[in-house]
Design a protein. Structure first.
Length: 349
């Protein structure tokens, strides 16, 4: 039987914890609340002695500022929302790490989200980010839903699109042209006297940048008299396993193939492994080129010819544009920075 009556045993009342406020920090540091607010927004604008006193007060009181309250909400929070297609993709890790380091110098914090190449999920993340009044929003690529574009164009939040150039950006863009990457891949193979070319891609319907590389590859190959070119793809995410599988399909359908470009280095590594299993000599019988210049690319056997995208430079330039835009505080200024890319010729071609 359950006894719903209160126990006769005396109970100790819980003390309601009082939230530490900016007023508390200011009183302990013996400065005004407005000085604390300025310190949290622009620490360099506060004297060294006041900064030291405020920092000690914050630490002693374990104060966590509510960036959405009071005067701090007048402009924006100190958070920059960075949205990438996948946190598993090593391509974007370098860019995000560089941006975090550069923005951190100005006490801006990074909030990271990933879409798994879904425009709908990107839209959800953008809506969530805007509700927190971010200092800036960073998107990957130029392909977004109409709703996402409308949300961002109607907001006053600085927007940077990274890793791709092409169509008109929402505001600022830092990256390179992926179709030009495809052109360079095909031109390199043609220069190596390869005439039967294939592009191997993974989920090209979702990964628009890889699809643009495939398009550029086909365009360039078709400029060469006597050359043939095909695209073979798989709907699964890219991996060495998918690369090996697609090579098998290629050899069945196009046994005359002598040059292969892959949507990334993981796929190219799978091609190399499968060639070794099948006894296909690289580059004697087949030249292979990847994209990404991942950590294993120079150490594989044979070493992989690949395209090196400037992930760190993209991060540095994107952070610089954000900081300049925040400091300026004026109207949006459309800006496009072409970081270009590098083709690294190694043993596989």
């Amino acid at each position: 039987m359950v006894d719903n009556q209160r126990s006769a045993k005396p109970t100790r009342k819980r003390r309601k914890m009082q939230r530490v406020t900016m007023m508390d920090v200011a009183a302990r540091a013996e400065v005004s609340p407005s000085t604390v607010s300025l310190y949290l927004r622009k620490p360099d604008a506060v004297s060294a002695s006041a900064s030291e006193a405020i920092a000690k007060s914050i630490e002693a009181l374990n104060y966590v500022p509510n960036l959405m309250a009071g005067g701090l909400a007048a402009a924006s929070s100190r958070a920059v929302s960075i949205i990438v297609p996948s946190v598993r993709n090593a391509f974007f890790a370098e860019t995000v790490a560089t941006m975090q380091a550069e923005l951190g110098k100005e006490r801006l914090q990074v909030l990271l989200g990933h879409t798994e190449y879904s425009e709908r999920e990107e839209e959800n993340l953008v809506r969530m980010a805007l509700s927190w009044a971010p200092a800036a929003i960073v998107l990957t690529g130029l392909s977004h839903s109409n709703a996402t574009r409308r949300l961002l164009r109607e907001s006053s939040v600085p927007v940077v699109e990274i890793w791709e150039l092409g169509s008109e950006p929402i505001e600022m863009a830092v990256g390179f042209h992926h179709q030009q990457v495809g052109h360079s891949m095909a031109a390199h193979l043609v220069q190596r006297n390869r005439r039967n070319l294939v592009f191997l891609g993974a989920r090209l319907q979702e990964d628009k940048r890889a699809a643009h590389r495939a398009e550029g590859f086909v365009e360039e190959a078709r400029k060469t008299s006597g050359a043939t070119v095909e695209i073979i793809q798989h709907p699964a995410p890219s991996s060495a396993e998918v690369g090996a599988m697609l090579l098998g399909e290629t050899m069945r359908k196009f046994p005359q193939v002598d040059g292969i470009a892959c949507s990334n280095d993981h796929m190219a590594l799978g091609v190399i492994f499968e060639c070794q299993r099948l006894g296909i000599n690289i580059p004697g019988q087949l030249s292979v080129i990847g994209f990404g210049d991942l950590s294993f690319s120079a150490a594989s056997n044979p070493s992989l010819t690949t395209i090196r995208p400037p992930g760190d430079l993209i991060g540095t330039e994107a952070a610089r544009l954000i900081l300049e835009r925040i400091a300026d505080g004026g109207e949006r200024k459309p800006t496009v920075i072409d970081t270009r890319f590098t083709l690294l010729h190694r043993q596989s071609s």
